[in-house]
Design a protein around this ligand. Structure first.
Ligand code: C2E
Ligand code: CA
Ligand code: CA
Ligand code: CA
Length: 279
């Protein structure tokens, strides 16, 4: 058994080394990708449940590495946060997305609202306002058509200046959405304090509509609570007709998910919008 323990130990060490190696490899690839502008963007529409029209899109980053293939943002965004590259990445995403959407409208005011994800890590250095103001200035994108998605972890974070930073961003006219809502247990009083516009219900609750009554109660409760706080509600990760009918019946404002569309390249988004304006 002593020997077995030893083997197990070696196994863990090997696994740890492999993970460290992967991280180091990805970190150097990430720096390289940034300098070579090797990222692209996809856009996932959000549909208004009343008008059944596309009301907005969310920009999602994509990274294709010639050796590794597609690397998921779920893997490299946390890494970018750890090694201090997230600011540059999120700045690039916001700038590129603003330019992309403006190009669809040939410089005229976009009918869509554009959401970009913003890492909560950026709030620690208190320069989020400057970054966003800079993006608007550089691109000429109308502030009231821009929305920032920040995860619920920011709401519960200890960073003292979060309220002030969000307020300054709101004063620009930019909207704030709380992403992945329901998993970080933020308190109602904290939610009420912050200058928010939208809650996005986490996919994990939407997934179990139809099979888990507890989750149905949670979804209904979040929608009611959000509306009482004058917030719009988005259901993310809607994959089935049943899930859609449920959130629509409970007056969820917007839906997003594979049932309607996966995240698509800009040209494909342009086609979706074209189809819509013809129907
Ligand atoms: P998120 O912001 O919660 O984005 C939703 C994720 O769910 C996206 O994954 C999207 O492709 C996926 N999704 C959308 N509809 C469905 C559905 O119906 N079913 C399922 N199973 N999945 C669906 P993606 O693009 O891989 O992004 C993963 C996460 O990485 C995002 O979660 C976000 O937290 C982060 N991320 C992506 N792009 C950026 C970025 O530009 N900046 C930052 N800071 N984070 C980003
Ligand atoms: Ca998001
Ligand atoms: Ca989300
Ligand atoms: Ca999520």
């Amino acid at each position: 058994s002593k020997e077995l323990g030893g083997n197990q130990f070696n196994f863990y060490v090997t696994e740890m080394n492999q993970r460290t190696e992967r991280r180091m490899l990805l970190e150097s690839k990430l720096r390289d990708a940034l300098s070579k502008q090797a990222f692209t963007l996809c856009y996932q529409p959000k549909w208004n449940t009343q008008s059944l029209r596309i009301a907005g899109v969310e920009a999602l980053i994509r990274w294709f590495d010639p050796e590794e293939g597609f690397i998921s943002p779920a893997e490299f965004i946390p890494l970018a946060e750890d090694c201090g590259l997230i600011g540059e990445i999120d700045d690039w995403v916001a700038r590129q997305a603003c330019r992309d959407i403006l190009s669809l409208y040939e410089g005229a005011e976009p009918e869509l609202s554009l959401a970009v994800n913003l890492s909560p890590a950026l709030f620690v250095n208190e320069d989020v306002y400057r970054r966003i103001a800079g993006t608007l200035e550089q691109t000429g994108f109308p502030a009231h058509k821009l929305e920032l998605e920040v995860t619920e972890t920011l709401v519960v974070s200890e960073v003292a200046s979060v309220h002030e930073q969000l307020s300054k961003i709101r004063q620009l006219g930019v909207e704030i959405a709380i992403d992945d809502f329901g998993v970080a247990y933020s308190s109602l009083s904290r939610l009420k304090q912050l200058p928010l516009n939208t809650l996005k219900i986490d996919r994990s609750f939407i997934q179990d509509i139809g099979s888990d009554q507890d989750d149905e109660v949670i979804v209904r409760t979040i929608i009611d609570m959000a509306h009482n706080l004058n917030l719009k509600v988005v259901a993310e990760g809607v994959e089935t007709e049943q899930q859609y009918q449920f959130v629509k019946r409970h007056h969820c404002n917007l839906v997003q998910g594979y049932l309607f569309s996966k995240p698509v390249p800009l040209a494909e988004l342009a086609r979706l919008l074209q189809q819509q304006s013809c129907s």
